[in-house]
Design a protein around this ligand. Structure first.
Ligand code: ADP
Length: 317
């Protein structure tokens, strides 16, 4: 049985073979299996946590390639659905020379957008200790209903719910709808991760204290604010701590947040009592920081996600 069930998007990113090339100028692309929730599932598996993935792909070569990729990583794909009604989600992604990321999504609609409450494997939700989801799913009607339904089932079964704010503004009709949708996701969760950019989007402030003054609710046990190379800040109902990251040579930040999320959940599963102890929370975030940092040292998300051994080697250094 999986310890963490990740629900959300599983798609192929097409990335220009030459970095710094815009989507229009790119002469060739390479396939990069990904999707935030899928990256977290793989990140957990590499850290030795039993993970499962729930979502929907097309019954087409890309869908099967994605399922095979997750299985090869040891992720349980039994809750993954295949549909003949739509094609697997695809995205064209480029990191332009000016450092801006460009996205173009195939969504007419893609299979992930058809994933609805009837497709939720409730037995898998109730069997896992943690349900993890993010706001990419909340941007479209069916997966939003599916995720909120799955979260309610997990809560009713007494499971932990984890949520990554993971704002992708172009997926939403407008900023106000995105902010309202994200707050709905937040309300379901015990554990939340967001970046300082997302914090500013939601609250107007980049200060982690803004989490407490404007986003806090009774169910929350742990919030982690990520700050890129500067590390992260954890907040519990009664305490807060800043944890610096480690120095690495970053070549591609894709998936750093997903790696961090996997590290945070892996740490929490190993040490559930850490929530009551600032020193252990510092260590937990340091572990997650290292997972995020190592994810930036190679191109792509899935190829770069580190193993537990490489994280522990840096932790001990
Ligand atoms: P996101 O992908 O959500 O924007 P961040 O870029 O904040 O997330 O990265 C997540 C975490 O990964 C950070 O909190 C930090 O711990 C680690 N990290 C990211 N980039 C670097 C970097 N260049 N050097 C060291 N650590 C990093």
């Amino acid at each position: 049985m999986a310890e963490v069930l990740c629900v959300g998007d599983l798609l192929i990113d097409f990335v220009p073979t030459v970095t710094g090339t815009g989507l229009i100028d790119a002469a060739a692309f390479r396939k990069a299996p990904g999707g935030a929730a899928a990256n977290v599932a793989v990140g957990l598996a590499r850290l030795g946590v039993r993970s499962a993935f729930m979502g929907m792909v097309g019954d087409d070569p890309f869908g099967h390639l994605l399922a095979d990729t997750l299985r090869a990583e040891g992720v349980d794909t039994s809750p993954l659905r295949f549909t003949a009604q739509a094609r697997t989600a695809l995205a064209f992604v480029s990191l332009r020379a000016d450092g801006e990321r460009e996205f173009l999504f195939y969504r007419h609609p893609s299979a992930d957008m058809l994933f609805g409450p009837a497709d939720v494997d409730t037995a898998a939700v109730e069997a896992a200790s943690v349900l993890h989801f993010d706001s990419i799913s909340l941007a479209s009607e069916n997966p939003r209903a599916a995720c909120l339904f799955a979260a309610d089932r997990a809560l009713a079964a007494g499971r932990m719910v984890s949520y990554d704010v993971n704002l992708r503004l172009p997926l939403w009709s407008d900023a106000a709808t995105a902010a309202a949708g994200i707050r709905e996701g937040l309300r379901k969760a015990h554990v939340v991760k967001l970046s300082d950019d997302e914090l500013e989007f939601l609250t107007g402030s980049r200060e982690p204290a803004a989490v407490r003054s404007t986003l806090w609710h009774e169910r929350l046990r742990l919030v982690a604010v990520t700050r890129g190379a500067a590390g992260s800040t954890w907040l519990t109902p009664t305490a807060q701590g800043d944890v610096p990251s480690v120095g690495v040579t970053a070549v591609d930040t894709t998936g750093a947040g997903d790696g961090f999320m996997a590290g945070l959940l892996a740490g929490l599963l190993r040490e559930p009592d850490a929530l009551a102890d600032p020193a252990r929370l510092d260590r937990l975030c340091r572990f997650a920081n290292i997972v995020g940092a190592l994810t930036t040292t190679e191109r792509g998300a899935i190829p770069a996600l580190p193993t537990r051994a490489s994280v522990e080697a840096l932790l001990a250094a």
